[in-house]
Design a protein around this ligand. Sequence first.
Ligand code: PHB
Length: 401
Amino acid sequence: MTSTRLTIGRRSLLKAAGATAATAAVGFTPTRFAIGQQARIKIGLMLPYSGTFALLGQNITDALKLAINEKGGKLGGREVTFVQVDDESAPPKADQNANRLVVGEKVDVLIGTVHSGVAMAMAKVAREEETLMICPNAGADAITRAACAPNIFRTSFSNWQPSYPMGKVMYDKGHRNVIVMAWKYAAGEESIGGFKEGFTAAGGKIAKEIWVPFPDAEFQANLTDIANTKPDAVFVFFAGGGAAKFVKDYHAAGLRNSIPLYGSGFLTDGVLKAQGEAAQGLLTTLHYADGLDNAVDKAFRPAFEKATNRPADVYAVQGYDTGLLLAQALDAVKGDMKAKKQIIASMEGAEIDSPRGKWKMSKAHNPIQDFYLREAKGEENRYVSIAHKALSDPGTGCKLA
Ligand code: PHB
């Protein structure tokens, strides 16, 4: 495997172009190949390596590379080159970044990203250029609903999915009147939408909606509002650095005992070390948990920790599964990227034996998977129970479905 990192700016662009050429020169023969030698498969990674989602992008990247390393560093018998771009979770830069990878670098596969708004722009470029794209996190519902496409797949979740099961969980715990709070962008809105659907269907009522601009993490005025409104409980969507800050602020405001806090599992995944005492006992729902009883997870966790010195989390699992999905599809065509129809057919029929448990690709190209109720204990989100078995996104509007 080789890797190149592209950064924005003309000078760094030129430097990056030079680096790419240097990378390509190793084991890359552009015209005729010696028998048994083939060009490298070029993977474009467009992920956040800075800002509130930086660690999420890093874990996805490292686990994807781990999966490929475990296959001898090859996909379908071919060596792999990575070209990496820091998307900064910045939607205004997304179109240009995606075009640099797809049109400029002519990557065989576009992988990314974490932020829903950025992923929507990537999906547009991938659809227009007919480049294979795999989304290893961003949940923007439309990617596997109205904006679905034959060449676009997701190995993570739709924003609706992790929040929907929490509606019933919270109702069953006796909460009837709940404040919802999130960053005001697609992921926050759709995540809250999924929760409201589950909670109101069970009989619950929404006391108030609180919206914060992304990626702001100044919550004091909102916490005062929550204390004054006195709901039965609060449900939130925050992730990464913002989630770490929110949980600490909620605890410091003295609200944990009087107004129970819940969220989709992004609230505590990958950030428990930073949250410490403030997160203990938090209940969340997600498609991964610590302490799952399956052999793939038992092998994956120590391997990821050995490679990175960091504990595995949901983002690492999604990156790893992206590698498994790619490997399966490219092995089926012996690395022939031109065999697009077979690659797509193989991905559509995929059943991934994942650290999260086995999951299947839906007709809209989104995982059908179990969602777990977890409880934060120490630095782990411990498995409590299955909150919803084999949950599929409703997939509204996808013409593939
Ligand atoms: C999203 O923008 O879709 C998103 C970001 C971070 C998460 C989950 C979803 O942890």
